[in-house]
Write a protein that binds this ligand. Sequence first.
Ligand SMILES: [Zn+2]
Length: 286
Amino acid sequence: MNKSSYLRQRAAPRSSVASSGCLRIGLALAVAAFAVISFLGSKQFNPVTGEDQYVSVTKEQEIAIGLQAGPEMAAEFGGLEPNPEYQAVVDEIGQTLVRGGIVAPSGYPFEFHVLADPQTVNAFALPGGQVFITRALVDRIETEGQLAGVLAHEVVHVLARHSSERMAQAELTQGITGAVLIASYDPENPSTQQVAQMAILVGQLINMKYGRDDELQADALGVQIMADGGYDPRAMIGMMRILAESNPAGPPEFFSTHPNPDNRILRIEEAIQSLYPEGIPAGLVP
Ligand SMILES: [Zn+2]
């Protein structure tokens, strides 16, 4: 090796550190900008909630995602319930809820499935209209109206496109935390990693808050869907009590992102009051 090439080699690391720093910031900005622009570009009005929201998939994609993920989700809860009586009851109530009111114009092809799991008290909806309820929950329910309450709540998650909204938020959070990680990466200073970890935590907290709002919205609009289907919306409150009692340890979907059940019941009572300011009409199915 001659002297000049030796000097070039020695000089190289210094300039590559500086240029990799610039490159890193540039890349971080590009990643963050892409995430923000894609997110903001996905704004759509939702006629059911009456709000603008950010969703990065189409309705058709939601339906496809739900149909594709359905069997896998069902398998986690012991597959579909073999007793056809369970399925018949849930189908009848579910279809009554989606036939008219605020649900029908959405055009989502709703399907209701009973899962064989006799222990796990749970219900959930996949994007696009696939709704699931476990046999364990059906067994604990005391009235038709309570079952309608669970299904109506899940129907709202579909109509309000909550999963799609969360997906778009997760993409944004990932983009920004990815950018922070790229920008803050310093192999000689490990404390920058703490800052990056904090950014990730903040991102998760934001998504948690949206989760709670989703549940409250599913309750409030669920009240409306129950009433449209001819069910007494007060049954939603009874259903909340059953869910709270049957899951002291592990919260199901209903309580996973939830503040406290009493607070939630209060909000349901408010929704009923604003729907029926003159009192609840007679003849609704309890
Ligand atoms: Zn929910």
